[in-house]
Design a protein around this ligand. Structure first.
Ligand code: MN
Length: 225
């Protein structure tokens, strides 16, 4: 991992106060054969964009909210006015969760492995990499209906595997996401139909471990400060 790489992983609004699609770091077909190009294109350009459009529409008369990154907004939803809190939770969660999902994926040839520190934390928390992988896969596959499987860092610095429903973000309960698996059907249905377990297992071939490790480093620094 390059020592000087800095990515904030925060999604901020543009000068017009509108949230925008992040730059996709790979081509639509880069995740083949594990995720097909058509799924990536529709998921990114249509599904993710729609969450952003709906979020911006919800914030039309509350422009002060978009002065924060969507991640900061999700950390404390109680600051969002009642009338639009659910919209921000769902549409803002959709924007933040998908942004993280894209940043956590890469071509299989570039997947790499967890940093030394993250690998040590995984071993400490889950025993070994295979047990970690099994647990994250099981949690993701077992998510009822539409949702997400997560590897997060708790406020005490320990790793946690968790599941969230709909577009809920672990940020809203104080945990920092490191790695996420989208288990909404739109993430896999074109290629895998009902075979969610196969899609989830295949995700482990295309994890961008450099970005996941960087997020871990940043999360620990934030806890210390
Ligand atoms: Mn999705």
């Amino acid at each position: 991992m390059s020592e000087n790489k800095t990515i904030s992983f925060k999604n901020i609004a543009n000068e017009k106060g509108e949230y925008i699609l992040p730059k996709l770091e790979f081509a639509y077909d880069a995740l083949e054969p594990y995720i097909d190009a058509q799924t990536v294109e529709i998921h990114f350009a249509k599904h993710h964009q729609t969450y952003i459009n709906n979020l911006n529409a919800a914030l039309k008369d509350n422009s002060e909210i978009a002065k924060q990154s969507i991640e900061e907004v999700l950390i404390d939803l109680s600051k969002v006015p009642d009338a639009i809190r659910n919209a921000v939770r769902n549409q803002g969660g959709g924007h933040a969760n998908h942004s993280l999902y894209w940043s956590n994926l890469t071509a299989a040839s570039k997947s790499g492995s967890p940093s030394k520190d993250l690998a040590a934390a995984i071993e400490k928390q889950f025993g070994n990499y295979d047990d970690f992988k099994d647990k994250l896969a099981k949690t993701s596959i077992g998510t009822f209906g539409s949702g997400w499987g997560w590897l997060t860092v708790q406020p005490n610095g320990e790793l946690l595997i968790e599941s969230s429903a709909n577009q809920d973000s672990p940020l809203s309960k104080g945990n920092t996401p490191l790695l996420v698996i989208d288990v909404w059907e739109h993430a896999y249905y074109l290629k895998y139909q009902n075979r969610r377990p196969e899609y989830v297992q295949n995700i482990f071939n295309i994890v961008n471990w450099e970005n996941v490790s960087l997020r871990y480093e940043q999360a620990l620094k934030a806890i210390k400060n």
